[in-house]
Design a protein around this ligand. Structure first.
Ligand code: CA
Length: 229
C-alpha cells in the first residue's frame, strides 16, 4: 500500500516515514502543496497524510483539489491546528480523519489502518485455494499452517492475491510495494518472489505463484486461464 505524506517539516516527515515504512507501507514524501499535487497526478495512492500549514499552496487547498479528482484516496489531516474549530473545518472540507500534533505514532498507525479498511472497502481476508491472507493482522496461512512474512513479502502477496488470475508486471508490483525511489529496480521483485515461493509453495502440490513469461507474475486462480507455470 502506497501512502503520500505531505509535510514541510523534515523532522516530522522523517519520523512518520520511518514509522510507516517499518509497518510495511511504501511512503512518498511531498514537502510542499505543489509537490503533493504533482505527485498525485502521476501515481495512485491508497492514502494521503496531509499537514495543513504548508508554504505556498496550503493544506486545505490541497485537500479540496484532491477531493476534486474523479477518484480520490482517503485523506488523514495531521496538523498543529488542533482546536475544535480547526478539526471541524478540516473534516467539513473533505478530510476523512484529523489528528492533531503532537501525536503518538501508535495512534497514527491505528488510524491509518482504520482508514485503509474503511476507505477502500477492501476485504479483510483474501482466499486463494488453501492460502488465506489476513489483511488486518497481516498474516498468511496455508492449509492451516501459519506463514511468517516480512512486511514487503506480505505486500507483494497481498497485491498478487487481490488480482489473482491476472498477470502483473514487475513494474506494477514495484509501484505498489515500494516508493518512487525504486522505480526501475524491478529485479528486486524476483528476489522477493523467490522468498515468497519458498514460504508459500515449497512442499505443496499446487504452486500458487506462477511466472508469466514476458510479463511478470500471477497468483493462480482456479477459474482463471493459467498461462504458464
Ligand atoms: Ca507544517
Amino acid at each position: 500500500m502506497r501512502i503520500l505524506l505531505v509535510e514541510d517539516e523534515g523532522r516530522i516527515a522523517e519520523f512518520v516515514m520511518h514509522g510507516l515504512t517499518e509497518a510495511g507501507y511504501a511512503v512518498d514524501w511531498a514537502p510542499t502543496g505543489e509537490a503533493a499535487l504533482d505527485t498525485i497526478q502521476n501515481s495512485d495512492f491508497g492514502l494521503v497524510i496531509l499537514d495543513l500549514m504548508l508554504p505556498g499552496i496550503g493544506g486545505l487547498e490541497v485537500l479540496e483539489r484532491i477531493r476534486g479528482r474523479p477518484v480520490s484516496p482517503p485523506v488523514l489531516v495531521l496538523s498543529g491546528l488542533g482546536q475544535l474549530d480547526d478539526r471541524i473545518r478540516g473534516l467539513d472540507r473533505g478530510a476523512d480523519d484529523y489528528l492533531a500534533k503532537p501525536f503518538a505514532l501508535a495512534e497514527l498507525l491505528a488510524r491509518v489502518r482504520a482508514l485503509l479498511r474503511r476507505g477502500a472497502a477492501l476485504p479483510e481476508r483474501i482466499q486463494a485455494a488453501d492460502l488465506t491472507l489476513d489483511c488486518v493482522r497481516r498474516r498468511a496461512s496455508r492449509g492451516g499452517r501459519i506463514i511468517e512474512l516480512a512486511p514487503k513479502e506480505f505486500s507483494i502477496l497481498e497485491y498478487l492475491m487481490r488480482h489473482q488470475g491476472r498477470p502483473l508486471t514487475r513494474n506494477e508490483i514495484v509501484d505498489y510495494v515500494w516508493d518512487s525511489e525504486f522505480d526501475g529496480l524491478t529485479n528486486i521483485v524476483d528476489v522477493y518472489i523467490r522468498h515468497l515461493r519458498a514460504k508459500i509453495d515449497d512442499g505443496s502440490g499446487l504452486k500458487l505463484i506462477r511466472t508469466v513469461r514476458g510479463i511478470g507474475y500471477m497468483l493462480y486462480a482456479a477459474d482463471a486461464c493459467v498461462l504458464d507455470k
